[in-house]
Design a binder for this molecule. Structure first.
Ligand SMILES: Nc1nc2c(ncn2[C@@H]2O[C@H](COP(=O)(O)OP(=O)(O)OP(=O)(O)O)[C@@H](O)[C@H]2O)c(=O)[nH]1
Ligand SMILES: [Mg+2]
Length: 319
């Protein structure tokens, strides 16, 4: 690897925030040198717990994550957050909002928060997000939290890279099962009824438990029966229980071989996306080359036509 990258990696591993930031920017388009860097990072994996947080828009995901960070820090973990926003023009505002809600952790060296939006990403959101997860894992973050809105292919890709999927809903919203049938929301490992300071929260919890028992919600892949947790992120209620359940799920995955299985599928997806990206790059280059050649041929063709018409004109004038 180029020595500049080695140096950058060394600084990032020491926790230098600017170096981590630069590393992540490089990985937003993981080809060339960054591709090598990504390989290196993947080989340094420390088995960090990847937690996907998704759910109903405005259910309080960011507020809840901010509280979870505090709880995980209290338990001695280093925490990284990737807030993913696939939407376009308005996304900046939403991302700013997310960052603001997590602002209290800005000066904590054990916490790193990064937003990612599709704007300006050449290699696609899934690839950039997965690369970021690999980096956080390699840099020694114990809990890597990824926030997404849950619908769309990139989000499905990203959530499948998570060990634990947390779906956040709120009183009233979960009473309509269709609302949770979008994207990855129906394969949650943990369902959170946030805003439980509002009325009817218990009814929503009961409803979710009923739907889970009837087998309509939850992943079939591990045998884990999804759990429902009631929280109020604003009041700081239910956060410890939520952290407990998230950790319990990770322990369950360890005991059942699910952790390795999840890392393998994450790597396979990453390799597939990287290969697609490289193929697209060489195809682009080949097409550009072809276009130049065609332009030359077209010039020659125009020249030939001109000569032919001149000859014709001369021939006519002799008649
Ligand atoms: N009453 C109440 N309001 C809450 C609670 N948690 C969050 N909110 C409010 O709900 C609004 C949305 O919170 P966010 O944390 O931005 O929700 P989000 O799910 O991240 O939103 P998007 O990322 O835009 O989908 C904000 O005004 C929060 O203050 C809660 O426990 N109770
Ligand atoms: Mg948010």
């Amino acid at each position: 690897m180029e020595s500049g990258l080695d140096k950058l990696l060394e600084l990032a591993l020491k926790g230098n925030t600017r170096a981590i930031g630069r590393l992540l920017t490089l990985l937003e388009d993981p080809s060339g040198d960054a591709g090598i860097l990504l390989e290196r990072l993947a080989s340094m994996s420390r088995g960090g717990h990847i937690i996907g947080v998704t759910g109903i828009p405005g259910a309080g995901k960011s507020t809840l994550i901010s509280k979870l960070i505090r709880e995980f820090r209290r338990r001695g973990y280093k925490v990284a957050v990737a807030a993913i926003d696939p939407s376009s023009p308005i996304s900046q505002g939403a991302l700013m909002g997310d960052r603001l809600r997590m602002q209290e952790h800005a000066t904590d060296p054990g916490v790193f928060i990064r937003s990612l939006s599709t704007r300006g990403l050449k290699g696609g959101l899934s690839l950039a997000a997965l690369a970021m997860i690999e980096a956080f894992d390699a840099l020694g973050y114990d809990k890597v939290i990824v926030e997404t809105v849950g619908v769309g292919q990139a989000e499905v890709d990203i959530m499948h890279a998570a060990h634990t999927i947390v779906v956040v809903t709120m009183p009233g919203a979960g009473d309509d099962i269709q609302a949770l049938k979008a994207g990855v929301m129906e394969i949650g490992d943990v369902y959170v009824v946030n805003k439980s300071d509002k009325p009817e929260a218990s009814k929503t919890v009961e409803y979710l438990n009923f739907v889970i028992e009837s087998g309509e919600l939850g992943s079939q892949r591990t045998g884990w029966v999804p759990r429902v947790v009631k929280t109020s992120a604003i009041m700081g209620q239910g956060i410890q229980e939520l952290a407990d359940v998230i950790e319990e799920h990770y322990k369950y995955l360890h005991e059942t071989g699910g952790v390795e299985e999840r890392i393998i599928s994450r790597r396979i997806l990453l390799m597939k996306l990287l290969a697609e990206r490289m193929l697209a790059r060489s195809l682009e280059a080949a097409l550009l080359d072809l276009r130049e050649k065609l332009r030359d041929t077209a010039k020659q063709a125009t020249g030939l036509t001109r000569t032919a018409s001149e000859l014709a004109r001369k021939a006519c004038s002799r008649l």
